[in-house]
Ligand binder design. Structure first.
Ligand SMILES: NC(=O)c1ccc[n+]([C@@H]2O[C@H](COP(=O)([O-])OP(=O)(O)OC[C@H]3O[C@@H](n4cnc5c(N)ncnc54)[C@H](OP(=O)(O)O)[C@@H]3O)[C@@H](O)[C@H]2O)c1
Length: 433
């Protein structure tokens, strides 16, 4: 073996939370990684914005490039690891340039893959340059390889999970402490579990990016971000958490990709998860993914979905695959086999629903509510009214039998117009047992 074949020379773009830890582990775990990769792993060049910033790794004898895209062109870089983030600009330029240079690309960038995954998988094939992305979904949980490789013999029936640690931390802390959404969000920001601008997490887009990648892997379908429906957790109140407990559920933000005879349903939304299911007990910043395959049956993976260590663990597994020459179609199937999949029209999507209304405590309110639901052809499975308020609002909660999204949306419009309804209704779908 020549000197060059004994070493894998790595260029890393981005030395933040993930990139810094990947570089540090390559330095400190060198003997173990050598054994696993069959080659010595060496970081030869890096890029970041600020060369003076203190980094997790020592980075001795490592070249710095001015622009991340320069890493693709260097003769001393065999594989490029993109850990910048964002779906445009430096990350996208680098990803495209690397594949066009016929070099392997490792990325943890879910936003890039959610927007341009299909195009990048196409470049990977056209230029015969592998694209590795284990860290892009659920950090340390090896879900990409599980769907793409371990479960390749199955027709996937359903994939869903807790894909955003920030939301899971907020919802489980609200349940454990009885505090409000705003209060717990503030604490999550102080602890570094939520960004200063938490919109992307709490409105469901981060989970959405991960879901569309999982959905493509599970069903051999194109990555379809425009076909995603996403709701976040802003409307969940401390009351909803209490009602969920009483009714036998836990509220979780789930990403669900389910294949139905009428098309693919891709939705991120808060769900009532039955307390007897494994996902109901996945708390804090942990992630979990449930998969149902035709041959394997049900399978659940639970673990840390973010953070320096778990994400670096996934990136290193990709670098080792690259060193070993292990290569799979980036998104599970080659472009000639990607099949166009119809999206399930919303009016055909069915579930049971939990609805909470804050109403004036007056006679006749329940009769009016029942009439609106009757007109929308929705039947109620159970109804709860809590306490009596002297002058203020009281919570009325009902659970429907299975009904479709269109009927529910029509009923919500009617309910929101009731003079006695004081706040926009809160709707949460119910995950079947
Ligand atoms: N953090 C996690 O837990 C996690 C989990 C799963 C996936 N990911 C993904 O991993 C990727 C990296 O995330 P991160 O949390 O490590 O981000 P981060 O801490 O913000 O680090 C980003 C790095 O990119 C560098 N950078 C940004 N723009 C640049 C530019 N135009 N040119 C050169 N360098 C640039 C920054 O340089 P400076 O340091 O000089 O500012 C920084 O080193 C993202 O795609 C993210 O979605 C992260």
């Amino acid at each position: 073996m020549s000197k060059q074949q004994e070493t894998l020379r790595i260029g890393i773009a981005g030395l933040g939370t993930v990139g810094g830890e990947v570089a540090r582990l390559i330095e400190t775990e060198d003997a173990h990684l050598h054994m696993r990769a069959g080659k010595k792993l060496v970081v030869t060049a890096v890029a970041a914005r600020d060369r003076t910033k203190k980094r997790a790794a020592a980075l001795k004898n490592v070249a710095w490039v001015d622009k991340p895209v320069d890493l693709a062109n260097r003769n001393d870089v065999d594989v490029v690891v993109e850990l910048i983030g964002g779906h445009e600009g430096a990350a996208r330029d680098l990803a495209e340039a690397t594949l066009k240079k016929r070099k392997p690309l490792v990325t943890a960038n879910k936003a890039l893959l959610a927007h341009y995954g299909q195009a990048l998988a196409g470049l990977s094939e056209a230029y015969d340059a592998p694209l590795y992305c284990e860290a892009a979904v659920a950090g340390g949980i090896p879900v990409i390889k599980t769907l793409r490789e371990a479960l390749a013999g199955n027709t996937m029936l359903e994939v869903y999970g807790i894909l955003n640690g920030t939301c899971n931390y907020i919802l489980s802390t609200m349940r454990q402490s009885g505090r409000t959404f705003a209060d717990v969000l503030g604490e999550a920001q102080k602890l570094g579990y939520a960004e200063a601008d938490p919109t992307f997490d709490i409105d469901g887009m981060d989970a959405g990016h991960k879901l569309v990648i999982l959905s493509a892997l599970a069903y051999g379908a194109p990555v379809n971000l425009p076909g995603l429906k996403a709701d976040g957790i802003r409307a969940i109140s401390a009351n909803d958490i209490l009602f969920a407990d009483e009714l036998g559920y836990r509220i979780k933000l789930l990403g669900i990709a389910r294949m139905t005879p009428q098309g693919l349903m891709q939705r991120v939304a808060p769900y009532m998860v039955p307390q007897n299911s494994a996902l109901a007990h996945v708390d804090g910043v942990m992630n979990a993914i449930y998969m149902q395959g035709s041959a394997v049956g049900p399978l659940t993976l639970i673990g840390r979905g973010a953070g320096a260590g778990p994400t670096a663990s996934a990136v290193l597994s990709d670098i080792i695959d690259c060193a070993r020459g292990r290569q799979a179609s980036a998104l599970a199937v080659s472009s000639q086999h990607v099949k166009a999949v119809n999206m399930l029209p919303d009016e055909m999507s069915e579930s049971a629903f939990y609805v909470r209304l804050m109403v004036m405590d007056k006679p006749g309110v329940l009769a009016e509510l029942a009439a609106i639901l009757r007109d929308a052809r929705i039947s109620i499975q159970s109804l709860l009214q809590k306490g009596r308020a002297e002058a203020g609002p009281v919570a009325v909660v009902f659970i429907t039998h299975d009904t479709n999204e269109k009927a529910m949306a029509d009923a919500l419009l009617g309910l929101a117009k009731m003079q006695t309804v004081l706040e926009p209704p809160c709707l949460i779908r119910i995950l079947p047992d």
